[in-house]
Write a protein that binds this ligand. Structure first.
Ligand SMILES: NC(=O)C1=CN([C@@H]2O[C@H](COP(=O)(O)OP(=O)(O)OC[C@H]3O[C@@H](n4cnc5c(N)ncnc54)[C@H](O)[C@@H]3O)[C@@H](O)[C@H]2O)C=CC1
Ligand SMILES: O=C(O)[C@@H]1CCC=N1
Length: 264
């Protein structure tokens, strides 16, 4: 049985608690200043609330840090005395590097840096995992890859690519929802009811994503399948590219990448 403590049970910490909660071999602990969050996770996934971060450290073999990046130094300073070689620290804070995490923990415990995304909540997260700390055991690596694999797809990734992954995949669900919102508004503008348009766009995105995930065909071939010569789709695609849609996506990912660097 492994003991996993989560410090900060907001959007992402909460999503990971929910994902880990149904693993028989994991007991979950958590601390958050919001007792409401802790109580709702106790009811939803059996997380055991702790009175302070130190108690989480005392009860856990893995401690997952899921507070906002600017709070990482403060929270680690509080926990520092209770960390040691038998606790593996997992940080999901955007931008906070391995070097910084090692420095903030005085190099007393092994550290794993992870970048998740919110579809973890429905078992379809995509995770980058940095396993570069030489103090990690094979058991640490296996535990974390299995834990995250249970909530989606976990990829071991060199730390130098973490800002790219954060800008693309960590932030990515928001781009997809923004795109969906735009399509729904377009449908409403042209006369569909909002609920009708919402249901239709959800079906559109789920169906297209399933095709992309399961088809043998390349993404470009899937696009060509829809695009009849002289037809409706090419007329729509031409409008998107007149507005440099692909370039806008590049700029969005680049801005998020740059912000991830700054946060570090
Ligand atoms: N939301 C997302 O999609 C993703 C977030 N992340 C990272 O996850 C971390 C958390 O982000 P969110 O969950 O979005 O933020 P959030 O604001 O939803 O959650 C943060 C939680 O930390 C708690 N907290 C505040 N002070 C604390 C303290 N001193 N000790 C313990 N807990 C404290 C808050 O009450 C809150 O529940 C950030 O570092 C972010 O970079 C990473 C990938 C995706
Ligand atoms: O917006 C953020 O800073 C966090 C990190 C990746 C997704 N959400």
């Amino acid at each position: 049985m492994e003991h996993l403590g989560i410090i900060g049970t907001g959007n992402m910490g909460g999503a990971l608690a929910m994902g880990a909660g149904d693993l028989a071999e994991v007991t979950l602990y958590g601390f958050d200043p919001s007792s409401k969050r802790l109580e709702s996770l106790r009811a939803a996934c059996g997380l055991i609330p702790c009175a302070h971060p130190q108690e989480v450290c005392q009860r856990s073999t893995y401690v997952l840090l899921a507070v906002k990046p600017h709070l990482v130094p403060v929270v680690l300073a509080d926990m520092r005395e209770h960390l040691g070689p038998d606790i593996c620290l997992i940080s999901i804070a955007a931008g906070v590097t391995m070097d910084r995490l090692k420095e903030l923990t005085d190099h007393v415990c092994p550290v794993i840096r992870v970048m998740p995304n919110t579809p973890a909540l429905v078992g379809q997260g995509v995770f980058a995992v940095c396993l570069e700390d030489e103090g990690l055991t094979e058991a640490n690596k296996t535990f974390v890859m299995n834990l995250l694999g249970h909530m989606g797809s976990a990829y071991e990734l060199e730390e130098r690519l973490f800002d790219v992954f954060t800008g693309l995949v960590g932030s990515g669900p928001a781009y997809v929802f923004h795109f969906m919102e735009g399509l729904i508004d377009a449908g409403v503008s042209l006369g569909l009811g909002r609920q009708q348009a919402t249901d239709m766009v959800k079906g559109l995105v789920t169906g297209s994503a399933t095709m992309a995930a399961t088809s043998e065909m390349h993404i470009t071939q899937l696009k060509e399948m829809v695009t009849s010569p002289g037809g409706t789709t090419i007329a729509g695609l031409n409008e998107l590219e007149k507005r440099a849609c692909k370039h806008a996506l590049y700029k969005a990912v680049k801005a998020a990448h740059d912000r991830s660097r700054e946060l570090g």
